[in-house]
Design a binder for this molecule. Structure first.
Ligand SMILES: Nc1ncnc2c1ncn2[C@@H]1O[C@H](COP(=O)(O)OP(=O)(O)OP(=O)(O)O)[C@@H](O)[C@H]1O
Ligand SMILES: [Mg+2]
Length: 550
């Protein structure tokens, strides 16, 4: 064996060319063919190695390498065939062939069990079908992915929209909370203000239970808040209403508010008068829920006002008495006239009765005249007594024309004494008003007295006074126009002031009393200079639906 290895590369045998008798065509045919085969067998493994390296995913790629090794071995044997044509190196040729044989057997042995597994590998057509199915699947997947993407976009859009809506709702909620906080603060401020008010402010629910009571109410009524809350308002305050409670409740539910005067009782038992203003409060559904009541104690104010009215009445009475005093001579003369007529007619009556044949007709006529004149005198006295009497005002329906005529009787002699020409132009239409007869007579008397005085003080003649009455736009208007001294522009703003007078013995109360009387009757009194001479004083009174003259 060691000899075999030692002589492995020795060419001690006869070259193969001898077998071909060195016939060049046979030698070179073998040499060229073996050369071509050996070159091909060299390139095929190289190609296989290159292929396997490029396709690492190839199944059974070790088989390709085994093939490469086996073909390389075959190429080696053919190369040795060329060599042994000229050299007898058959030991080496045998070893190379043996190596090739091992590689071939190994390859064959490995190939056989691999065949069934290789058969399981899909064929190209199967792969094409599978590929097509895969492509379809891919297309389907892409379509699903697209649909999913669209759905995702849609979802994204909706989420964004919802987020925006939520943000808007959140902002609105925050604004509402801010607004509610602001309103609460406002309410608290208002409640603090209510606490500052001097008026009694209370809220009562529809069962009249008190639910709010401010410190003003504590002050006015003397009941503390904890004592008043939950009490029934009319019972606690012992309220006396101008009409029935039911009527008031109806009114407040209908119009939402009510105003009027109530008489109530304080905790200490003192009776007070309050000016009360009510406002209905409604719940969020618009249903009546409570009544807010603001009560101002006007007891003192009313007492003062009543005192003032009584003082005004006293003053007016005093002024009337004074005027009557001034008119005493004229009035005496006025009464004297009917009395003189009574005496004359009495004497005449006696004469008619004393005849042998008493003339009863003439005597009856004389007695009738006596009665008439007696009545006239008693009428005048009755009017004077009424004017002098101190009685509270009585508002009744009366006719302005009657009023003027009654005053004219009282002033008649004064007019004549002053040589004043007094004319009247009284409307035929209705002159009904509601008022106090004595007070209104005093107004007409004052104006007529002033007119007579102004006229007689004037140097120029004629001395004229015109009294007119007319009915205009639901008002009765009375005007006293004179041709007197007229109004000095300097005094025009003071004429109606109390105690303003330009007369040496005047009191200056006539016009002041007259204006307050007319105003308390709902009318107006004013003065104006005439275009020519003198002045005109006018007053209005609200006209009443006419009733037949008494
Ligand atoms: N018809 C008139 N023409 C001009 N001036 C007048 C007339 N009536 C009133 N006055 C002026 O107005 C003043 C106030 O009149 P008023 O009647 O209030 O008081 P009086 O007449 O002076 O006094 P009395 O209290 O006695 O009436 C008068 O003094 C007079 O100056
Ligand atoms: Mg006067």
């Amino acid at each position: 064996m060691s000899e075999f290895l030692r002589k492995l590369f020795s060419s001690d045998f006869m070259p193969h060319g001898y077998c071909y008798l060195w016939k060049p065509e046979i030698v070179w045919l073998h040499a060229a063919s073996d050369g071509a085969i050996a070159l091909s067998y060299l390139f095929i493994p190289l190609a296989l190695v290159y292929f396997v390296r490029k396709r690492r995913d190839l199944p059974f790629h070790w088989m390709f390498l085994l093939f490469g090794l086996f073909i390389l071995g075959c190429g080696g044997t053919h190369a040795m065939e060329i060599w042994t044509l000229w050299h007898g190196t058959y030991r080496l040729a045998g070893v190379i062939k043996a190596i090739t044989a091992v590689a071939s057997v190994t390859t064959a042995a490995a190939l056989v069990p691999m065949i069934p597994r290789a058969l399981l590998l899909p064929s190209p057509s199967q792969l094409r079908v599978a590929n097509l199915a895969l492509e379809r699947e891919n297309a389907e997947r892409r379509r699903v992915e697209e649909a999913l993407r669209l759905a995702h976009d849609e979802l994204e859009m909706r989420v964004q929209q919802r987020t925006r809506e939520l943000a808007a709702a959140n902002a609105q909620l925050r604004a509402e909370i801010d607004e509610r906080l602001r309103a609460e603060q406002e309410l608290r401020k208002q409640a603090d203000l209510l606490e500052l008010a001097h008026d009694a402010i209370l809220v009562r629910n529809l069962n009249d239970r008190i639910t709010y009571w401010n410190s003003g109410a504590e002050e006015v009524y003397g009941w503390r808040r904890e004592e008043a809350l939950g009490q029934t308002a009319p019972n606690l305050l012992r309220s006396i209403y101008p009409s029935s409670m039911e009527a008031l409740k109806e009114e407040i539910v209908r119009s939402g508010r009510w105003e009027g005067e109530l008489t109530q009782t304080r905790r200490d038992g003192e009776t007070i008068v309050v000016s009360s203003r009510w406002a209905l409060q409604r719940d969020e559904n618009g249903q009546p829920a409570a009544v807010l009541q603001i009560n101002t104690d006007i007891t003192e104010r009313k007492r003062v006002a009543e005192n003032l009215v009584s003082m005004q009445n006293q003053l007016a009475h005093m002024a009337r008495v004074t005027t009557m005093g001034e008119l005493a001579a004229s009035i005496a003369h006025e009464i004297n006239q009917p009395l003189a007529a009574v005496v004359t007619n009495g004497n005449a009556c006696l004469r008619w009765m004393a005849l042998a044949e008493p003339n009863l007709d003439e005597a009856r006529a004389a007695v009738t005249a006596i009665i008439k004149q007696g009545r006239r005198a008693s009428d005048i006295i009755a009017r004077i007594r009424a004017l002098m009497k101190k009685s509270p005002p009585q508002m009744k329906q009366l006719h302005v024309n009657d009023l003027i005529r009654e005053v004219l009787i009282l002033i008649n002699h004064e007019v004549q004494r002053n040589r004043v020409m007094l004319r009247t132009d009284l409307t035929e239409g209705p002159t009904a008003v509601v008022g106090d007869r004595v007070q209104l007579q005093q107004v007409v008397l004052n104006l007529l007295m002033n007119a007579v005085e102004a006229t007689s003080a004037a140097a120029e003649s004629p001395k004229e006074v015109l009294v007119t009455s007319r009915n205009e736009a639901s008002q009765v208007i009375v005007a006293v126009q004179d041709s007197g001294v007229g109004i000095d522009p300097e005094n025009s703003n003071h004429l109606f002031n109390p105690f303003f007078t330009t007369k040496p013995h005047g009191m200056g109360m006539g016009l002041a009393i007259s204006r307050s009387t007319i105003q308390s009757h709902g009318g107006r009194l004013w003065a104006a200079s005439n275009p020519g001479r003198g002045a005109t004083f006018q007053f209005t009174l609200p006209a009443q639906v006419s009733v037949p003259a008494a």
